[in-house]
Write a protein that binds this ligand. Structure first.
Ligand code: FCB
Length: 451
């Protein structure tokens, strides 16, 4: 007998994007510059010299994009607000035209019965705040709460779910540790400071929300289960360090009230003593957790690989995406069950899941055939269903991404969309993955039982 893959009736079927990756027109209508404007315009940072200046031109095409969402049957859409559109200097003066853009987008979504999930920070810090120290400055918790509160007041009447931060680990590791993302700093001693201020900012925004907000607010982290490369104790210990760094660095503080021991040990004297009085703020209760899942990681001990002394072991036999990420759906189930067991059975959304594959050349009018992405989505949706069967309170799934877009340091060279974008003409074309996802949504998952 084949397995029943139907999802709960109220399960949300979504797709996700972020402002800098799709909007374009980054300086239109009074918007201020962000660190991604500067970073992408600095030669050598982005593949092919790409920038987000035009991206998918969603800023002008959002209505047509909402129509595409409706065509796929999405019941929710996760997007982010560009802080510098709302506050061009990061704090103080509010730019009404910036608010107006998101106001129109939210109304367009609601007109199609698509519930917005709004991320406040998906990496595009106003440049003016970076000039004041950015995430290294403790004041950023107040700056972020000020910005968040403006958004809550403008949109909470129509936004049922808010997200404070997207993937704090990527912000610290890539933005401040290895410098592959904006602001492009390369100093691991800054990582703990940025981590701590991100957590304080998250808590401050949640507290601001509690003052007036009527719906739900959560945090989105990227989780990548770590598997030791062998049974040797040094590989097991390395895998635990990698897990502490990537998977527990944010969740242990918000849910358990401390940083993981392995992490503090690995950073040695670079991990400062933080004021004890910060902890109640960091532990402010919030409503749901968003999990971004793409891959797992097999880890070995690597004494020279500082600060973690851990390295990835590529799994040669398995399929990898164009990002060189191993496709391993079972780890999605595993990580969701792990969250439930370690932190309690909280409402969870899979806030991003998807894959970059080289799509075939696209001919105008014809659908883009992307069998590998269909396969990736099918197996991960099945894995998500397995987690529900194991008691995880999973409430929704967001495919990354609605559109092919600006994939950060990789520019336009990696395509994650279920909708193809021709970056010369900006024409949108559904891929077969969008059609497949539409069938999943229409059947509430029942079609996942098929081959
Ligand atoms: C995540 C990011 C998202 C996108 C995907 C591929 O880390 O949140 O913006 O880049 O990876």
């Amino acid at each position: 007998m084949s397995r029943d893959y139907r999802f709960p009736d109220r399960f949300l079927w979504g797709a996700a994007t972020s402002a800098y990756q799709i909007e374009g027109s980054t300086r239109a209508d009074g918007a201020g510059p962000s660190i991604w404007d500067r970073f992408s315009h600095t030669p050598g940072n982005i593949a092919n010299g790409d920038t987000g200046d035009i991206a998918t031109d969603h800023y002008h095409r959002f209505k047509a994009d909402v129509d595409l969402m409706a065509q796929v049957g999405l019941t929710s859409y996760r997007f982010s607000i560009a802080w510098a559109r709302i506050l061009p200097e990061g704090t103080g003066r509010v730019n009404a035209a910036g608010l107006a853009f998101y106001d129109k987008l939210i109304d367009a979504l609601l007109a199609k019965n698509i519930a917005p999930m709004v991320t406040l920070y998906h990496w595009d810090l106003p440049e003016a705040l970076d000039a004041r120290g950015g995430w290294l400055n403790r004041d950023i918790a107040n700056w972020f709460a000020e910005y968040a509160d403006i958004c809550f007041r403008a949109f909470d009447d129509r936004v049922p779910r808010w997200v404070t931060l997207n993937e704090p680990w990527v912000i610290t590791h890539e933005g401040y540790g290895i410098g592959t993302h904006a602001p492009g700093r390369r100093n691991f001693r800054e990582v703990p400071i940025v981590t701590h201020n991100l957590l304080r900012a998250h808590g401050s925004a949640v507290q601001a929300y509690r003052a007036n907000g009527k719906h739900e607010i959560g945090l989105v982290v990227n989780l990548e289960p770590k598997y030791p490369a062998s049974d040797r104790p040094d590989d097991i210990a390395a895998s635990a360090r990698a897990d502490a760094y990537m998977n527990r660095q944010y969740l242990d503080p918000v849910f358990l009230g401390h940083y993981p021991r392995e992490l503090v040990d690995a950073f040695r004297d670079a991990w400062p003593e933080f004021p004890a009085s910060d902890w109640p703020l960091i532990q402010t209760p919030f409503d749901f957790l968003g999990v971004n899942y793409y891959s797992r990681n097999v880890v070995r001990d690597a004494p020279r690989d500082l600060p973690l002394r851990a390295a990835r072991v590529r799994q040669e036999g398995n399929q990898h995406t164009e990002m060189d990420w191993e496709v391993f759906p079972a780890a999605l189930t595993r990580v969701l069950v792990w969250v439930k067991e370690r932190y309690g059975n909280r409402p969870i959304y899979i806030a991003e899941n998807g894959a970059a594959f080289d799509d075939p050349p696209h001919t105008s009018g014809a659908i883009v055939n992307d069998p590998l992405r269909v396969w990736y989505l099918r197996e991960h949706l099945r894995a998500a269903h397995d987690a529900i069967a194991q008691g995880v309170d999973l409430r929704g799934y967001y495919a990354w991404s609605l559109l092919d877009n600006f994939e950060w340091a990789f520019g336009y060279s990696k395509r994650f969309g279920i909708v193809h974008v021709d970056f010369d003409t900006l024409e949108r074309t559904l891929k077969s993955s969008a059609q497949f996802y539409a069938e999943v949504i229409r059947s509430h998952g029942a079609v996942l039982a098929g081959a």
